[in-house]
Design a binder for this molecule. Structure first.
Ligand code: CA2
Length: 147
């Protein structure tokens, strides 16, 4: 099983500031944590990160016919991007939306998520463990076509 892990704008800055919202782990710590989790479950992961909306659309498109699932934290594009929503709809690859912070407990504008409508799961407010929960959901889902 192949999962693409996509992170949007500013997530490469994790651990540098705003630990109250995003914790102390760096982006590199996050990748290592996901790699370890993937190894333990025998799944293959590839990572992408960009600060540019069009790059994120390209990454999503590249999963078509090549990946079994997507775990994406679109960052601030969550709250604005119809292009990212359309890309997920276009490829039809099972996609989980992840947010490190609890977006529903923050500013009003963070409650809006365009991508959510195309996702099989949203995990919000579980810190970086949310990425692992999303991976497990996709793994379980693939093993049970009724989900
Ligand atoms: O909670 C999340 O994971 C978010 O997707 C993170 C985004 C934010 O715009 C979303 O509303 C919720 C922000 C990405 C990280 O931003 C940083 C800011 C300062 C220091 C490090 C990262």
């Amino acid at each position: 099983m192949k999962i693409m892990i996509i992170n949007g704008p500013n997530l490469n800055m994790l651990g540098i500031r705003e630990p109250a919202h995003y914790g102390k782990e760096t982006y590199e710590d996050l990748l290592n944590k996901i790699r370890k989790h993937a190894d333990e479950r025998g799944v293959s992961v590839e990572f992408r990160q960009s600060n540019h909306e069009g790059d994120l659309v390209d990454y999503i498109q590249s999963t078509y016919g090549a990946f079994d699932g997507i775990v994406i934290n679109p960052g601030a594009y969550t709250h604005t991007s119809i292009a990212i929503l359309d890309a997920v709809k276009a490829v039809g690859v099972p996609t989980c939306e992840v947010h490190i912070s609890d977006v529903n407990a923050r500013e009003e504008f963070r409650r809006v998520s365009y991508i959510r409508a195309a996702c099989v799961l949203t995990v919000s407010g579980h810190g970086t463990d949310g990425y692992l929960e999303a991976m497990d959901y996709l793994i379980k889902r693939k093993g049970n076509s009724n989900l």
